[in-house]
Design a protein around this ligand. Structure first.
Ligand SMILES: Cc1cc2nc3c(=O)[nH]c(=O)nc-3n(C[C@H](O)[C@H](O)[C@H](O)COP(=O)(O)OP(=O)(O)OC[C@H]3O[C@@H](n4cnc5c(N)ncnc54)[C@H](O)[C@@H]3O)c2cc1C
Length: 375
């Protein structure tokens, strides 16, 4: 029965970033993934790095998002150094365009709420937006400029994080499906796959939207999938050099005329296919933002399953079971939140405490006395 200090279930960006952190501190870390690591939500993401809330529901996430955003440059440096790979981390800023019925009022509300949250967002004229990025639509009615926003290429980042974790000594195993958590009394002692048991002092569940499907985890980690479709485009004409978005969609530049556009928010279970309506909606929103994209070549379409939770906030921290930790439920922000998740759980596992205020993200917020008794 293989034994280690830490087992991480799931080799997406969350599990791999934590594996890199813990292995860098010389813990014996095993990452188990039921496929090749890094091919689920982390592979599908757009890679926008924005602490700005998309709706009032997201405000509770802002402190965590701001902390992770601040960690990003050092996180990228560490991953790139450990892996000798590049991640296409770009600090280009973002433009938000408003087309609705009262665009200036909507823009001013957005700017005011961002400022209250300590985010740098400026109202700009549509002419200024056009001079910041000449590719953007001249027919937008109002605009805001978010100079600090960044982006990264999630497939490159996840591949670099995988290599970085391996180079620091993590044992990353593909094609090992974790079926069950092994619980003895009040302690989690390991996991079971169809062919093997693994034991460790610490077990971290980081299986994204699939976390709730593991026996013993359903009530602890109430994750569910939310499908998002994406399109990548190539254009020889003016490509945007910044993230450009509206409330209908977004465009994220990758350089050299390549860009990705997204997305949809669909509750369709674990179905992983793109649809005519999904892709046409994404393209319409992208062309509204950047009219020249009407002539762009479509390179690829795909989708991924975001790990959502009942209150849309992540599950980060200890559970009722000693030795069992959650790092899942990052919904629309897992690429952004990877550094802070690795920091928080790394501190807890390595030093027994975290300085961060993480109560709002505690996995135990969903376990009542009744469910605890049924665990
Ligand atoms: C279309 C789209 C756009 C997005 N855009 C952004 C964005 O711009 N910015 C941002 O910050 N976030 C974005 N996200 C969200 C982000 O992708 C996710 O929050 C993040 O990737 C979650 O990472 P994860 O490691 O938790 O999960 P995943 O990447 O899904 O990884 C989970 C891993 O666990 C493995 N696994 C599952 N079950 C088992 C099992 N039983 N045993 C072993 N292994 C198992 C899987 O094979 C997988 O490798 C987007 C997501 C989508 C779908």
């Amino acid at each position: 029965m293989p034994s280690s200090d830490v087992i991480i279930i799931g080799g997406g960006i969350i599990g791999l970033s934590l594996a890199h952190r813990l292995a860098s501190e010389r813990l014996r870390v095993v990452v188990l993934d039921r496929r090749e690591p890094g091919l689920e939500a982390s592979w599908a993401a757009a890679g926008m790095l924005s602490a700005a809330p998309e709706s009032p529901d997201d405000i509770a996430l802002v402190p965590l998002a701001k902390r992770s955003f601040a960690l990003y440059p050092d996180y990228i440096r560490a991953i790139e150094e450990s892996s000798s790979k590049v991640t296409n981390f770009r600090r280009d800023g973002a433009l938000e365009l408003f087309f609705g019925s009262s665009p200036e009022a909507e823009r001013d509300r957005t700017v005011a709420s961002h400022r209250e949250l300590g985010l740098t967002t400026q109202a700009v004229s549509t002419a200024d937006a056009h001079s910041i990025d000449p590719s953007v639509s001249k027919s937008a009615f109002a605009a805001a400029w978010l100079p600090d926003e960044c982006s990264v290429e999630p497939r490159a980042l996840t591949s670099a994080a995988l290599q970085a974790a391996k180079n620091r000594g993590a044992d990353v195993r593909a094609n090992v499906e974790v079926r069950k958590l092994l619980i003895e009394g009040s302690r989690c002692v390991g996991i079971e796959s169809p062919s093997e048991k693994f034991t460790a002092r610490q077990i971290v569940l980081a299986a994204g939207c699939f976390s709730s499907g593991i026996e013993g985890a359903a009530r602890l980690a109430p994750t569910q999938p939310v499908r998002g479709q994406m399109v990548s485009l190539r254009t020889a004409r003016d490509a945007p050099n910044h993230v450009v978005r509206s409330h209908k969609g977004y465009v994220v530049p990758r350089g050299n005329g390549r860009l990705v556009a997204g997305s949809t928010i669909e509750h369709v279970g674990f179905a992983k296919n793109v649809t005519a309506a999904g892709i046409s909606g994404i393209l319409a929103a992208a062309i509204e933002l950047i009219p020249d994209l009407g002539g762009a070549a479509i390179e690829e379409t795909w989708c991924g399953l975001r790990p959502d939770t009942p209150d849309h906030l992540p599950l980060i921290g200890p559970t009722e079971f000693e030795g069992l930790w959650l790092a899942t439920g990052h919904y629309r922000n897992g690429i952004l939140l990877a550094p802070v998740t690795a920091e928080i759980l790394g501190d807890w596992i390595l030093r027994g405490k975290t300085e961060s205020d993480v109560e709002a993200y505690s996995p135990q917020r969903f376990t009542t006395e009744k469910t605890r008794a049924a665990l």
